[in-house]
Each structure stands twice: as structure tokens, then as C-alpha cells.
Design a protein around this ligand. Structure first.
Ligand code: SAM
Ligand code: GLN
Length: 277
């Protein structure tokens, strides 16, 4: 079997996924331990049996709904290669909107303290640490498994010295410390949301936030003022239909300059607000 033949077969297996051609290339490249460019130049090469079997196994599991990132063990976020695996949310491209918005609140060259609450794989904290060498970064999660993963990613990227990792429930992890910037992508999916079926391989505790999806966003908005310095910023990611509700939560908690930002798909995805000076 040649590379091109196996690619065609894999595309067919993945026909019902979002991007069969791209995913087939990613799977086959990983099974062959090559990059995707190599596949283009070697379409007529024979595929070793072991690699073909690996590709077929992955393609079957992918077709049955496992996230590609869990199969490959890696996902790129903000151009950083992160390791990911079951038990930890796969970082999403939409969350780069949150990183961009947070960077606007952390002036380059200034010393700022930043906390990423519910860090998961470490995606947001690592992107901010990479972009803002003078910022001191704290990353928290309630899940020990997530924190272990985030620490491992920090080590691999040479950023372990830049980030303090704390385990605990939202603000409980922070003690009495106040920060310049608090950022979080909390769980925000409602318990009965039909969309959850497609997310069944990812941890429910990273996704589900009560009956209306706002439980954790309420806790974050209400608790943030006690953990921010005067003039400090809170930035949170939320569901596409939660913009108005989250603006109201931040305004209700005393934040000013409350505004929403849109993701790459044009949907309201991030809300930020500033404490009065
Ligand atoms: N920040 C990562 C990202 O953007 O890819 C992960 C975000 S995931 C949607 C939410 C994270 O919050 C999970 O890692 C979950 O373990 C954590 N979490 C859920 N409830 C929490 C709580 N009560 N206190 C602290 N972290 C919590
Ligand atoms: N954006 C994720 C999804 O719906 C949800 C992540 C979250 O709850 N923070 O696929």
C-alpha cells in the first residue's frame, strides 16, 4: 500500500469528521513519524505495515468521536506545541481571542501579575508567559491531572520558572493575593446542552457549569474584585449566546469599561472589565 492509497482510505474512514483531508494527513504523518510536507513528496512510497496499522486504528477511533488531539497527544495553541490527553480539555482556537484581549491589558515591558484560573493544559498561562517576559504568572486548577499536564507543558517549553502553579477551587487557590489581571476560560456549557454529546471524551468538569452554563462565570465575576488591584482587569471566555448575561455579571460586580470581544467566527466570546482606580 502506498502513502497516497492509505491517505485515500483514511479520508474515507474520516468522511463524517469536520476536515477529513486535513485530519487524514495529520494522522498518517504522525503514524509515519514524518511531517505533512513529506507526504506530498512521497505519495508513491510504500507504507510499512506497522505504520499502516497505527493509522487505521487512529482513524477508526477518530471516526468514533475521540478528539484528534488526544490520539496524537499534541495540539498547537498560540503557535506553542502543547501535549494533551484524556482528562484535560483540548485548547481551542477561540481561546486565542482571550489571549489577545489579555495581552492588551498587560503592557509590554511593565511588571504585571497575572493569574489564569482553570488553566487546564496551561494554554493561556503559557501563551502569556511567552509573550510577556516581565509578567509574573500564576496558573490554577482544581484538577490535579490538569495541573500536572500544565506543569509538564511549561517544562517542555522552558517556561517552568515563569509560572507558579496552585491547586484549588477558583479563588480558594489564591489566598489573599491581588493581581493586575485575572483571566479564565471556565466551564460554561449548560448541563442539558445537546452539544455535550460531541464533547463526551473531554472531562465534564472542564465543560459543564450548572443548569444555565453560568455557575462558574457568576463565581468568577463576584469574587474577582477582592483579588484584583485597583484598575485591574478581569477577562473571561464564555459561550456564544452568553455575552449579554456575562456583561451584566461584570457590571453587577462593579467593573467598568465592560465590553465583549468576538472570536474568529464573529461570535461574542470574551468579556472584559476593569476595576475603578
Ligand atoms: N484554560 C484551559 C483552556 O483554555 O484550554 C482549560 C479551560 S477548561 C474550559 C476549564 C478548566 O477549569 C478545567 O481545566 C477545569 O479543571 C477547571 N475548573 C473547573 N472547575 C473549577 C473550579 N471550581 N476551580 C478551579 N478550576 C476549575
Ligand atoms: N468552547 C468549548 C466548546 O463548546 C467549551 C469550553 C468551555 O466550556 N469553556 O466546545
Amino acid at each position: 500500500m502506498t502513502v497516497d492509497e492509505l491517505l485515500a482510505e483514511t479520508r474515507h474512514t474520516l468522511a463524517d469528521t469536520e476536515a477529513p483531508a486535513t485530519e487524514a494527513r495529520l494522522l498518517l504523518a504522525a503514524a509515519l513519524d514524518r511531517d505533512r510536507a513529506w507526504l506530498y513528496a512521497h505519495g508513491g512510497d510504500p507504507v510499512p505495515d506497522a505504520a499502516a496499522q497505527q493509522a487505521r486504528t487512529w482513524a477508526r477511533r477518530r471516526a468514533a468521536g475521540e478528539p484528534l488531539a488526544y490520539l496524537l497527544g499534541t495540539r498547537e495553541f498560540w503557535s506553542l506545541p502543547l501535549t494533551v490527553g484524556p482528562g484535560v480539555l483540548v485548547p481551542r482556537p477561540d481561546t486565542e481571542t482571550l489571549v489577545e484581549a489579555a495581552l492588551e491589558c498587560i503592557p509590554e515591558g511593565e511588571v504585571r501579575s497575572v493569574a489564569d484560573l482553570g488553566t487546564g493544559s496551561g494554554a493561556i498561562a503559557l501563551a502569556l508567559a511567552r509573550e510577556r517576559p516581565r509578567a509574573t504568572i500564576t496558573a490554577t486548577d482544581r484538577s490535579p491531572r490538569a495541573l500536572e499536564r500544565a506543569r509538564d507543558n511549561a517544562r517542555r517549553l522552558g517556561l517552568a520558572q515563569r509560572i507558579r502553579f496552585l491547586q484549588g477551587d477558583w479563588f480558594g487557590a489564591l489566598g489573599k493575593t491581588r493581581f493586575h489581571v485575572l483571566v479564565s476560560n471556565p466551564p460554561y456549557v449548560a448541563r442539558g446542552d445537546p452539544h455535550l454529546a460531541a464533547l463526551r471524551h473531554e472531562p465534564a468538569e472542564a465543560l459543564i457549569a450548572g443548569e444555565d452554563g453560568l455557575t462558574d462565570l457568576r463565581i468568577l465575576a463576584a469574587g474577582a474584585p477582592a483579588h484584583l488591584l485597583p484598575g485591574g482587569w478581569l477577562l473571561v471566555e464564555h459561550g456564544a449566546d452568553q455575552g449579554a448575561a456575562v456583561r451584566a455579571l461584570l457590571e453587577g460586580a462593579g467593573f467598568t469599561a465592560v465590553s465583549s470581544l468576538r472570536d474568529l467566527g464573529g461570535r461574542e466570546r470574551v468579556c472584559r472589565g476593569r476595576l475603578p482606580l
